[in-house]
Design a protein around this ligand. Sequence first.
Ligand code: A3P
Length: 377
Amino acid sequence: MNGGGRNSWRKGVDEVGPAAEVPGYVWSRAFGAAGWCCLGYLSWPARRLFVLALMALAVYCTLHALAPAEPHHAPREEELQRAVMHSSTLSQETHHEPTIKETQPPPQPPFCPQVPYNDKRKRLPKALIIGVRKGGTRALLEMLDLHPYVRVGKVEMHFFDDNFNKGYRWYLQNMPYTFESQMTIEKTPSYFVTPDAVKRVYVMDKKVKLLLIVRDPTTRLVSDYLQIVDNNKRRGKELSFQEHMFTADGKFIEKRTPVRVGLYAVHLAMWLQHFPTNQIHVVDGDALIRRPFSELIKVQNFLGLPPCITPNHFYYNMTKGFYCMQTEKYHKCLANDKGRTHPHMDPALLTIIRQFYQPHNEKFYKMVGRNFSWPGK
Ligand code: A3P
């Protein structure tokens, strides 16, 4: 690089002539002439000093001119190199091709005030993601974790259903540290379908904000089935969807736990006995997959958080087929068990399942005042 710079300078010298290309040479001559004119008015020591200063200046100017010029585009090249290095780390971490957007970390939005660092300690959650299993609960939690005013419990604590006997001290110990202005959020999807959990959550904090993420219950059931297959694989069992959810004579087993989870109206009714509708925000899980930012705006509003999450926090990962997240510190896609490829389903089975869910869905739409238009046939 340097050799190239020197050569290009040489080329200029040969073509145009030394005086034109070496400003130091010109300046040293000019200063020399001016200096001799003034010398007559100075004492001898002053004259010596003046001559020395002139000589130093001439040497500096000449050396400066001879040095290869800094290429004009150097900073840009550095920037580009940094961006390339940045994107290569990214692809190592996430195993996908970097896009242009991925090389641009999201700037802090001006309307997102700095978190005041005071009173750091563990706190009980001010908001809970209560369900629904396979609705997109992990995606929602990780997306909320992008928010500087949010700290999330990374693992499902199952406190209000399975671990309640461990006590609040245990629950609190498992919470992240937060500053006073931050909000702790925990997610355990089984809370939604556990009657005891409703009362226990209410006793903990009747003002707690509840997030429920739902998706078409038929798709959710398939997703749940895939999860079960994955769990059973480790135990060496593998059953087809039909074997799982239908009897040998083709009847849909409505009492199966994964099927019951999709009866959103039934479970929500329990929660509405204790909490007002405006304390439960329903997130559209299908929309979260397609347009995460739009859903996150509504969630931030509901939680009373400043709008710190921006569209730049998300980029579409072609390999995964889902949106992933990025901040100045990390790039993250959800793990492989989130976003599995769904198998082709027998349309006759799908119709049976959809018809089963249809009346429950209609009830649910009325309860939340929103029509999700999930297919009924
Ligand atoms: P599938 O694996 O069936 O596609 P949960 O976290 O509640 O178990 O939900 C898992 C579901 O989250 C996935 O179900 C997937 O569809 C959905 N999801 C939503 N946004 C996602 C994202 N950005 N990346 C991966 N999965 C996402």
